[in-house]
Design a protein around this ligand. Sequence first.
Ligand SMILES: NC(=O)c1ccc[n+]([C@@H]2O[C@H](COP(=O)([O-])OP(=O)(O)OC[C@H]3O[C@@H](n4cnc5c(N)ncnc54)[C@H](OP(=O)(O)O)[C@@H]3O)[C@@H](O)[C@H]2O)c1
Length: 419
Amino acid sequence: MNQNIINARVTFRNSPIHILEQFIIKDIKNAYEQFRNNSELEECVIIQTCNRIELFGRSKTCDTDKIKETWAEITGLEEAAFDENIVCAENQEALYHLLKLTSGLDSMVLGEEQILGQIKNSITSAREAKASGRHLNTLFDKAIRIGTRIRNSSGIGAGGISVGSMAVKLAEENIDELKTKKILLIGTGEVSTLVAKSLQRRRYTFDVTSRTIGRSETFCETMGGSPIRFEEVLGGFDNYDAIFVATTAPYFLVTNERITEAMKNKSQGMMILDLSNPRTVDEHVATIRGVKLMNLDQIAEMVEKNVNARLNKVKTVENIINEEVSVLEASMKRLDAEPLVKDVFKNIDDLREKQLQKALQMLGEQDEKTIKIIEELTKAVVESIISTPMNNIRKASEQGRPDVVELAGKLFDYKKHEK
Ligand SMILES: NC(=O)c1ccc[n+]([C@@H]2O[C@H](COP(=O)([O-])OP(=O)(O)OC[C@H]3O[C@@H](n4cnc5c(N)ncnc54)[C@H](OP(=O)(O)O)[C@@H]3O)[C@@H](O)[C@H]2O)c1
């Protein structure tokens, strides 16, 4: 490929949640600027979810050290921190990984739908920030379409369990008679919706809280549960035996102090499931007697079991991705030749039109039918002369021959005016 596609990622596969959160990029707009200015990336897209921080870039060079340097500068981490956590991939391998992402194969919960929405949001915001361009926009549009098709044809997500239902399952496994216990859900976003759905399905009663009581009320109207004021909860954690926390708060909502206080008034234990990343429950609460804390890492372990049970589907999807990746790679390589081909077609057509008008004027031809025939003739001649060399240029580009494309550019006096 004349242009390289690079992927650099830190994900739950190599890094536990408390490490992963150190790599989070807080100011994405600024990061785009830095990656483009300092890492020789001509385009880039950042995908950031609770399980992964990923960068896709387009570059003439493939300097992953520069990417690490910039990422370290943005996050304030030592470059050495990347050694054990970062995975880098180039070209075909990077495309393969993107298809694994869009088809749900790399998700913590195999085949889950949320990642597709998150990738769509990432490319939309990269487009808006003008961080992505023709190559990455095309790549992501194609990868999203292919991923959707793979999901539909393989049924990889069908019957799968969500992060929410896994958390509820974990609570059931760890708390005797959960039905008789007081359950609290903090948060009213996407993940909370999944938790609430699962609690509802299993007929549990639960309270729901978020910063504004209005949000909780609206949430409970559709998802079930009883709304409760946030302030009331913060002062009264002792009312609850199981607490699910799924917010994007940038600090600990459930602090060591609050839980220590709550446990003074409780005769039985408490389980807290923190589904947030960055975590919103202080991990020190795990040291308080009677408190059991679980976070996304434990959920990941459960997912492993889930994956093992569905290995057949994984193999099928991997086979489809293997076939799709070479088609995707060829069309990405062809993209390198497209501006030249388009330019040549346009220039030749302009010339044809000019010469046609000149000839018609000289002939003084007025008959519409005759004019149409002459016009079609000029088009057919141009098409038959130019289509073979243009297809050969596209083919050369597909076969990774930028030298041929460059030479053709010189022959047709093509001036690059796009990035
Ligand atoms: N989406 C996934 O696939 C996924 C999977 C596993 C884990 N997670 C993690 O789960 C967490 C929630 O994700 P999500 O997708 O549900 O997010 P979301 O849809 O954006 O919802 C965020 C929730 O956090 C609340 N919130 C934000 N700032 C807060 C603060 N300072 N104090 C109290 N509440 C606050 C919001 O309440 P308001 O309405 O008051 O703003 C909202 O209820 C995140 O940490 C995410 O990383 C996500």
